[in-house]
Design a protein around this ligand. Sequence first.
Ligand code: ATP
Ligand code: MG
Length: 337
Amino acid sequence: MKKMLSGITATGNLTIGNYLGAIKQFIEYQKNNKMYVFIADLHGITVPIEAETLSNNIRNIAALYLACGLNPQKTTIFVQSDVAAHANLAHIILCATTIGELSRMTQYKDKSSKQKKNNNTSFIPTGILTYPTLMVADILLYNPDLIPVGQDQKQHVELARNVAERFNNRYGKIFTIPEFITPKIGTKIMALKDPAKKMSKSDKNTKNTIFLLEDPAAAKKKILQSLTDNENKVYYDLENKPGVSNLMNIMASVDDISLQEITDKYKDLGYREFKNDLGDIIAKLLTKIQTQYNQIINSQKLDKILEQGANEARIVADKQMAIVKEAVGLTYKQKNA
Ligand code: ATP
Ligand code: MG
């Protein structure tokens, strides 16, 4: 049994990218492992967000975790800001990193240039540079063995590994060195109208994205209107057919089938049949998730689960925080008192 940890940022409505790259793995892994899964609300304020939107996002993500099958009896599900040690350790980690290593992060480059372009401003929130240190703290507080995430998060896990090694070399073994783990298929779902870029919940163009809570018929329409090519032949070629290959990845991942099976099935059929079938598969998935979600979102059960999760998480995180404080010298008590 391994210890695993992962989270999703409360920046918007969850997408099938979040489901296939992250949540679907959690459901599988929770069977035989101890998982900590949180809602990263502190990361949600990295770029400006309305208070009401943020708190709705937090609740929606929690309800979606449960609707997709996370089991609070097995998995510790909690809200990041409920566990004060995250922000506390983040400061200590921040002081153990350099501006150079943070500004080299791909997501810093992407998010800061997006910020400049979208808002036509030189206003770059400091959080865009420093949030990976909070992410490192999120991870290291729980000493997980594995971090199940999508491909885009690999660099952050590498930072966590580097920082953990840096601390262990200096202070003795205080952190487990975590490993990145990602699904073979579905690790990077691309934008439907622009398959060169990742599908993201904060994408302004909603035609690129299928949201877990959107109308299933509208989602099907987005699949039918997604960007492909003129060849009208279904086969996998990421370089020359990124649109079709992305749709194949989505189908393979949702239905747990191989790319070869899809190629065989559609070899005498065209894009219309393929997209139509995928649209139905997606609509069915969304309907199933939404049926569960609607039963949970307004229930008091949700608050209780998050309260219980925070209590469980605090016990682990506070213990680790005390070890770190002691190691770095943030302590003043007489040693043998
Ligand atoms: P944002 O645009 O706010 O960064 P996001 O959609 O990228 O939102 P995150 O909260 O950054 O979502 O990531 C949550 C989890 O979902 C991570 O494990 C991440 O790797 C995974 N993930 C995000 N987008 C995709 C995608 N397109 N394909 C596969 N996994 C994804
Ligand atoms: Mg992201």
